[in-house]
Design a protein around this ligand. Structure first.
Ligand SMILES: Nc1ncnc2c1ncn2[C@@H]1O[C@H](COP(=O)(O)OP(=O)(O)O)[C@@H](O)[C@H]1O
Ligand SMILES: [Mg+2]
Length: 358
């Protein structure tokens, strides 16, 4: 029998015995896949994709960390993102490292498959310490009242065995719908809980890397943390009930629903951003025709907290002219200028509003 207080060394290997592709899960998988395909097309319309998507990645970094009670404000976060060497609190820095880990993983999967080594590299970036698969005993997951809800397996050989089984499952079993596979993979990673900390965040990064790896998306734009935050009890309950009751269907439906909702919300968000770019473009052309360029427009959408330095670095203008440009954009109401410390920021409030609107 499963005992919450004892290391769950009997965690079954994959694939699970239960039927994963039920009528209900297959139906939801179709709806979710369609939403993901639409999102993939939408994301393809974004100019300067990598830089622009960085803002969406940053929101994910904030929310995935928030699930783990690592909390920062948007203002602090965007300033920190604009000024990497500034002094910011440890939570903000941890959130920035999460973003860095996503991009690192994204680059890596262009060259190599998802593997345990990559998981370790990712958690090291997030935690910034030389972590490895747990060798010590005593890792436990506690509930809101401090009670133990789950004790993951222990012992290096056992963890390694379960991790390599997970690795194989990702690439074998091609008959399973990839979104259903993602749900299984996420449960299993969290149940193995290979690290002493950072498992939630690393597991959520694996989800997006898997979607890209499978060719369902080209860029990392689909992140479940917002959905999980809003349905946090179901997330914990879902994980727990797979372990305790073999309740796979409910868990898979939870994840598939999350994928559908998130894909639709993100598509709408991208629409809103592209629409705003168009509006802003027209405003600049009408009120400050002389300074308009496509590069300048894109720059203030790549950096919601823009600085003179970014224009210089982007080769748009030399310091004095760059300063005039941003000042002009503030005067015509496109940006809001704010001096914080010694730094002048030109803030794209309308963009931030869209980024935070979900
Ligand atoms: N009952 C459970 N069984 C398996 N995994 C769980 C359970 N409850 C929570 N989790 C997972 O554990 C994560 C927290 O683990 P932790 O290592 O502290 O992650 P992080 O450091 O990113 O905070 C949660 O986000 C969730 O994914
Ligand atoms: Mg933690």
């Amino acid at each position: 029998m499963f005992d919450r207080n004892l290391p769950y060394n009997d965690l079954p290997l994959l694939p699970p015995e239960a039927e994963l592709e039920t009528k209900a899960t297959l139906k939801q998988a179709i709806v979710a896949s369609r939403a993901v395909a639409d999102l993939r097309g939408k994301a393809g319309l974004i100019p300067n994709q990598r830089m622009m998507i960085d803002s969406i990645v940053l929101q994910e970094a904030r929310m995935s960390s928030e699930i783990e009670n690592i909390v920062t404000t948007n203002d602090e976060l965007y300033r920190a993102a604009a000024d990497m060497d500034g002094l910011f609190d440890s939570h903000t820095k941890e959130v920035l490292r999460y973003r860095q880990a996503i991009w690192y993983g994204y680059e890596q999967i262009q060259k190599r498959p998802l593997s345990v080594n990559l998981f370790v590299e990712i958690v090291r970036i997030i935690k910034q310490i030389n972590m490895d698969v747990r060798k010590t005993t005593g890792t436990k997951l506690s509930g809101p009242n401090g009670e133990t809800v789950y004790t993951p397996p222990e012992g290096d050989p056992i963890l390694r065995e379960k991790l390599s089984n997970l690795e194989q499952f990702i690439y074998a079993q091609e008959d399973i719908d990839p979104l259903i596979k993602l749900a299984v993979m996420h449960y299993q990673f969290e149940a193995i809980h290979p690290f002493s900390d950072g498992n939630g965040r690393t597991g959520r990064i694996l989800n997006i890397l898997f979607l890209v790896e499978q060719g369902l998306l080209d860029m990392p734009v689909l992140f479940l943390s917002h959905y999980i935050l809003e349905n946090k009890n179901d997330y914990y309950d879902g994980l727990r009930r797979v372990t305790e009751e073999g309740q796979w269907e409910q868990w898979i439906l939870y994840i598939l629903k999350g994928i559908e909702i998130t894909a639709k919300e993100t598509s709408a968000q991208i629409d809103a951003i592209l629409g705003l770019m168009d509006v802003v473009k027209n405003v600049i052309r009408e009120k400050a025709e002389k300074i308009y360029s496509k590069e300048l427009l894109e720059m203030i959408f790549m950096h919601p907290y823009c600085k003179i330095k970014f224009l210089e670095q982007g080769g748009i203008a030399k310091r004095q002219t760059a300063s005039t440009y941003l000042q002009t954009l503030a005067e015509i109401g496109v940006l809001r200028s704010e001096k914080i410390g010694r730094e002048n920021y030109y803030i794209n409030d309308a963009l931030l509003h869209i980024l935070m609107s979900r």
